[in-house]
Design a protein around this ligand. Structure first.
Ligand code: HEM
Length: 442
């Protein structure tokens, strides 16, 4: 009897965690679609018709960037973090409550920031309020993370695996970025005449967000999943620690000394070291696990590392040759779309259906096209942005809207595939409901 109650409780807790994870994922998808990607394409079309970055207010560009980085990727990370850590720690009832409170604050904070940047409505109050709500949502998450003990750890002497160390370090980067964000929006609200953060401070902030939070976080999750999904050798822990230290060096060089060239060189060294430590260029030792996903999965899971190298190479070139923001923009786009977004699309379609209640991806073909279009759009954007912005090739301005539409199509297909996957019942219930009557009796 007791066992039955416990088992029921466990199942109920699992369902509670799956419901809140679904809320985080759907929120992330909505931020990605409208305030993020549609608005990004809108900005790009405006800039292309004006043939200058100045055609669009900086507050709009920042609204787009914030919605993508925090609204989309941040929501996915917090949702998956809450789900997996509560599952491992088995503290679902309290965990689910904390996850819902954090979700409400996070959604409010990110939504408020976007709204204030676009409409200017009470922005001097809305900006600090949004920064505070985001930081509080994160602190709730961080409290859950720091209470968590690694599964299977016999005692304090058992070291955490390298992937978990990287994820924790990246979460410290996340905390630092949100603190910095709060300081910046408070300062902006006090002294600025628009809700846009001043460009030099914004550029430093983006370096902090990308190289201390998003990039190391992806390395951490890749260290956990690439050996399983791609059949690669276990990653080199030393190599990954070295890569993280170099990425940190890249952030500090920019933040403390404004040494952008050194920062770019360190970012490049970190990227090469991480790719080698994860054995990305090597052949798989075991057959990759492609059941439920498109057969091109191993290719698309490796491709973001090529974009990481392109982004780093451009960040070395930018301090030497950028005049109008084209090389910096291309470097950031290679990193945010080519590395971060493409990795979220490829790994997300692999793991999220199972996390959200043992579902199966709706369509493998949609998965292929979402990845192909996103990467093609990114190629056109990164190829033409420096040429157009820097005044080297005028026709580049006509290529940019096409690149935006291709990326948008890839993102929309990803969102459609995810929504349709979540709308279907879990696989075991679906099979049960379509099984012939006779087979149910047997
Ligand atoms: C998918 C289509 C996308 C389009 C069309 C797009 C478009 C743009 C445009 C036009 C800018 C202005 C700066 C420039 O011209 O380089 C920009 C900046 C930015 N984008 Fe995107 N973007 C897209 C996707 C993404 C994604 C997926 C992310 C992050 C995951 C992202 C993050 C950013 C950030 C952080 C900035 C800098 C904002 C700032 O100045 O603070 N973008 N994007």
């Amino acid at each position: 009897m007791r066992t039955g109650t416990t088992a029921d409780g466990t199942i109920e807790h699992e369902h509670a965690m799956q419901r809140v994870l679904k809320a985080w994922i759907i929120t992330g998808l909505l931020f990605m679609l409208l305030p993020g990607t549609f608005f990004g394409v809108w900005n790009l079309i405006g800039m292309s018709s004006g043939e200058t970055m100045m055609a669009i207010p900086p507050a709009w560009l920042q609204a787009h960037g914030h919605a993508q980085v925090f609204g989309w990727v941040g929501s996915f990370i917090l949702g998956i973090g809450f789900y997996s850590l509560n599952k491992m720690a088995g503290n679902a009832p309290a965990g689910a409550r904390a996850a819902w409170v954090s979700w409400a604050l996070w959604t409010l904070g990110v939504g408020l920031r976007w709204w204030a940047n676009i409409t200017l409505h009470t922005w001097r109050i809305a900006l600090p309020a949004s920064g505070l709500a985001e930081l509080t949502a994160f602190m709730i998450f961080f409290r859950t993370v720091s209470r968590h003990k690694p599964a299977g750890a016999a005692g304090p002497s058992q070291p955490r695996p390298i992937w978990m160390k990287l994820v924790l370090l990246a979460n410290l980067g996340f905390a630092a970025a949100l603190l910095d964000n709060l300081g910046l929006v408070m300062r902006t609200a006090l002294v600025s005449s628009t809700p846009a953060i001043a460009t030099p401070a914004d550029q430093l902030f983006l370096t902090l967000v990308l190289w201390s939070f998003l990039v190391p976080l992806i390395w951490g999750f890749n260290a956990r999943w690439m050996p399983v999904f791609l059949g690669l050798r276990e990653p080199s822990a030393r190599g990954l620690v070295a890569a993280w230290l170099m990425a940190l060096g890249a952030v500090l060089a920019a933040l403390l000394a404004g040494a952008w060239l050194l920062s770019g060189i360190l970012a490049m060294a970190a990227s090469v070291t991480a790719a080698l430590a994860l054995h990305i260029p090597r052949r798989s030792e075991r057959p990759p696990k492609t059941a439920g996903v498109h057969a091109s999965f191993p290719f698309f899971a490796r491709l973001p590392y090529a974009w990481l190298l392109v982004a780093s190479a451009l960040s070395i070139l930018a301090p030497l040759a950028d005049r109008a923001g084209g090389i910096w923009g291309a470097s950031r786009h290679a990193l945010t779309v080519g590395f971060v977004a493409a990795m979220v699309l490829v790994i997300g379609q692999r793991v999220l259906p199972a996390f959200c209640g043992m579902r199966v991806l709706f369509s493998q073909r949609l998965m292929f096209w979402s990845l192909a279009l996103l990467n093609l759009g990114c190629l056109l954007r990164v190829g033409s942005e420096p040429l157009a912005y820097e005044g080297i090739w005028h026709a580049g301005w006509s290529v940019l809207p096409v690149s935006g539409m291709l990326e948008l199509s890839g993102i929309v297909l990803f969102a459609a595939n995810m929504f349709l996957t979540l709308a279907r019942p879990p696989e075991h219930l679906r099979l049960h409901s379509i099984r012939p009557v006779g087979s149910r009796l047997s």
